[in-house]
Design a protein around this ligand. Structure first.
Ligand SMILES: C[S@@+](CC[C@H](N)C(=O)[O-])C[C@H]1O[C@@H](n2cnc3c(N)ncnc32)[C@H](O)[C@@H]1O
Length: 324
C-alpha cells in the first residue's frame, strides 16, 4: 500500500518537474511565429493560422503563464515577452529557444532510434541552423569579451586570426578598440560570413573570408594570435590534432592561441556541459566536448603549453584558455 502511495508521489514529482517546460514552449512559439509582435500591434492575432483552436490554446496558456495580459477583449504581450521575444527588439533572445526546440530537443529524442540502430546519427546542417548557432554564440561573446581583450593585450598581438568567427563579434569589437591591429576572420558558412561582412562594413582593419580552415591557403602569412571560440566540437578528437598542426603553421613563434569552449567533466557546469555533450555526440559531424586534459594534450602536440584556463560562464562549464 505504502509502495503504491510512494509511486504516486514519485509520479507527481516528475509531472511537476516537467511543468517548467511550458513557458519555454510558449515563448518559443510566440517568437517563432511573430505572435507577440502581432498581439502588440493589434491586440489580437489574425495571423494566417490554420488551426484556430490551437491558437486559442496558446493565448489561454499565455494568460495563465503571465506572458500575455488582457485588456478588455484585447490581449497584449507582457513587458518581458515584448522585450525578449519580439523579432523587432534589439535585446531579443528568441533564437536561443529556436536552437533549443528545433535542434537540441529533437537531437536528444533521436537517441532512441540511433541507440537501437534504427537510424544513423544525425547530420548537423549549417545551412539551416548556422545563423541561429552564431547568434546564440554571441551571448557567450558578451560575457567573455573582456577576458579575450585581456589575452590580446597580454600576448601583444598585432595580427589576429579568428577561426570559425561566426558573425565576427569578437574581432569587430577588438577592431574598434585596437584600430592599428589587423584582424582576419574565416568561417565556412556562407550566410554567416555575409552577415559578418555586412556588420563589419567600414572597419578597414577587418577582413572576413568564407573559408574552410582545412583547405585555406593563407599564402605564408603568420598571425600573432589565433582565436578559436566555440569551434573545437566541429572537429573529432583525431581531427583536433590535425587542426592544432594547421594552427601552428599559421602562428608566430611568440604568438598565442585563445580558446573558448565548454569543458566536459570540469569543475563547473557539469549538468549543462553533459546536456551539450549529449546533443553534439548524436551527430556524425559534431563531436564530444574536450576535457581539460584533452586541451593539455593538444597544446603539447604542437610543443606548447596551457598558460591559463579560467571559467567564464561557470554554470555552463565555459572556459577561456590561453595556449602559448
Ligand atoms: C558555434 S560558432 C562560433 C562562432 C564564434 N567563434 C563565436 O564564438 O561566437 C562556430 C563557427 O565555426 C564555423 N566552422 C566550423 N568548422 C569550420 C572550419 N573547418 N573552418 C572554418 N569555420 C568553421 C561554423 O560555420 C560556425 O559559424
Amino acid at each position: 500500500m505504502v509502495r503504491q502511495w510512494l509511486r504516486v508521489w514519485e509520479a507527481r514529482k516528475w509531472m511537476k518537474q516537467n511543468e517548467g517546460f511550458l513557458p519555454t514552449w510558449h515563448a518559443y512559439l510566440g517568437y517563432r511565429l511573430n505572435l507577440f509582435d502581432e498581439l502588440q500591434q493589434n491586440g489580437t492575432v489574425s495571423a494566417q493560422v490554420n488551426d484556430k483552436e490551437l491558437l486559442e490554446n496558446w493565448v489561454q496558456t499565455g494568460l495563465i503563464l503571465g506572458h500575455l495580459k488582457k485588456d478588455g477583449d484585447r490581449v497584449y504581450p507582457s513587458k518581458q515577452m515584448k522585450n525578449y521575444f519580439s523579432k523587432k527588439s534589439d535585446v531579443a533572445i528568441g533564437d536561443l529557444l529556436v536552437e533549443l526546440m528545433e535542434l537540441h530537443i529533437p537531437s536528444l529524442m533521436d537517441y532512441t532510434p540511433v541507440l537501437t540502430g534504427d537510424a544513423p546519427r544525425r547530420s548537423f546542417d549549417g545551412d539551416v541552423h548556422g545563423t541561429a548557432v552564431a547568434t546564440t554564440s554571441s551571448f557567450i561573446e558578451q560575457i567573455s569579451y573582456r577576458s579575450v581583450k585581456k589575452v590580446v593585450s597580454e600576448i601583444s598581438c598585432e595580427t589576429i586570426l579568428d577561426i570559425g568567427c561566426g558573425n565576427a563579434g569578437y574581432i569587430r569589437r577588438l577592431a574598434h578598440e585596437f584600430p592599428h591591429k589587423e584582424f582576419v576572420g574565416i568561417d565556412l558558412n556562407k550566410a554567416v560570413v555575409e552577415d559578418a561582412t555586412r556588420q563589419s562594413e567600414g572597419l578597414t582593419n577587418v577582413r572576413i573570408e568564407q573559408q574552410d580552415l582545412r583547405d585555406w591557403d593563407n599564402e605564408g602569412k603568420l598571425f600573432s594570435c589565433v582565436m578559436m571560440h566555440n569551434l573545437l566540437h566541429y572537429f573529432s578528437p583525431v581531427e583536433r590534432m590535425e587542426l592544432m598542426k594547421n594552427i601552428e603553421r599559421l602562428l608566430d613563434e611568440n604568438g598565442g592561441i585563445s580558446l573558448i569552449t565548454p569543458l566536459y567533466l570540469s569543475d563547473h557546469g557539469q549538468k549543462f556541459s553533459a546536456a551539450f555533450n549529449n546533443f553534439l555526440s548524436v551527430h556524425d559531424n559534431l563531436h564530444r566536448l574536450p576535457t581539460a586534459e584533452d586541451i593539455e594534450v593538444l597544446a603539447a602536440a604542437i610543443g606548447r603549453k596551457v598558460d591559463s584556463l579560467k571559467p567564464i560562464v561557470k554554470e555552463g562549464g565555459w572556459y577561456s584558455i590561453v595556449i602559448k
